[in-house]
Design a protein. Structure first.
Length: 84
């Protein structure tokens, strides 16, 4: 699901679809959710997320690709992180 009215949604949509991530959410408040996809890495480099960044329930081993700035909550539980 994508909210095409959000000002960054087209760039995020392009990056995720190029890496074959087909289930994600971008809400009106800028929240990005890519949870439960069994991702081993974040498939695109995020810069800043206005809302929450939710990536729990994957197989992430590092935070590479995660946003540099998250104005809301950063939720990354239930992963396989070996380093922050």
């Amino acid at each position: 699901m994508i909210n095409r009215t959000h000002k960054y949604s087209s760039g995020i949509h392009h990056g995720l679809t190029m890496m074959y991530v087909d289930r994600y959410t971008i809400n009106d408040d800028g929240t990005v959710a890519i949870s439960g996809r069994r991702l081993m890495g974040i498939p695109t480099q995020f810069g800043s997320v206005e809302g929450d960044f939710i990536c729990f329930g994957n197989k992430l081993k590092s935070l590479k690709g995660c946003p540099h700035t998250v104005e809301g909550n950063f939720v990354c539980t239930r992963n396989m992180l070996t380093t922050l």
